[in-house]
Design a protein around this ligand. Sequence first.
Ligand SMILES: Nc1nc2c(c(=O)[nH]1)N[C@H]1C(S)=C(S)[C@@H](COP(=O)(O)O)O[C@H]1N2
Ligand SMILES: [Mo]
Length: 258
Amino acid sequence: MKKKKKKPLTVEQKIKRRNLISFGTFFVLGGAGFGGWKWLTGSPKEAPGVTAGAQKPLRRALNSTELFFKKIFSNNHLVQTYPKSRAARRVRTNSFIGLRDPSFKLEEWRLSVLGDNGEVLSLCIDEIKALPKTEIVYDFKCVEGWDQIQHWAGVKMLDFIQHFKLEELARRNYVGLETPDGKYYVGLDRESAFHPQTILAYEMNDQPITDPHGAPLRLIIPVKYGIKNLKRIGSMRFSDTRPRDYWAEQGYDYYSGL
Ligand SMILES: Nc1nc2c(c(=O)[nH]1)N[C@H]1C(S)=C(S)[C@@H](COP(=O)(O)O)O[C@H]1N2
Ligand SMILES: [Mo]
């Protein structure tokens, strides 16, 4: 009898399979995480010195942040990308909460990076543009039912973290972003915030981002629906508790992943 030849998987099937695998991994790692947590909290505190206070194994882990990033965020579950020629020339706009403050001055804009004890960095747009640039062309999806292939460019969140040595802060469970006026705000789980395709974008179709699209800096997070792609980022805060989230407060899914 002839063996039936297996049909090659379609992209959708592959994605489904990968989702299943991720889901399975999630449970396995979750279990390991719980065991690991019990092991960690039961471990002796390190000897006081330059870096006191952390449990020994934790310090060892903190010292190998590079490994940490490679392992936890070697996320190869990538969103589909397209050639630049497929990108829309007329990019849709949708919803402008937090973009209407008449006292906002583009020239005075700064990104405020916040940790547990307040501001750790205040950056102007040129300091961000000086970092390596990453481009992406992908299908932007709004929960309201439209999608469009768009071309964005900026600095990868991961590159941003590494450049400004924010690894310790980036170990927090969540990242919260808010507009300068605090009227629109989103909370992001760490894995999505540091997904390799997540970027702090300052260009759209090779031009600086325009006001309605969130000048001068917005989030492009392809693993999430549009609602999480905050326009005009004013502050970025790292925390272990869930940051407030505008649409989650209105009853939308906090995670809003694709
Ligand atoms: N500051 C701010 N960011 C925002 C929004 C908003 O109202 N205010 N709307 C979100 C929603 S629902 C979508 S779909 C996208 C739309 O981005 P666009 O206007 O560039 O298409 O921005 C997101 N980011
Ligand atoms: Mo949206």
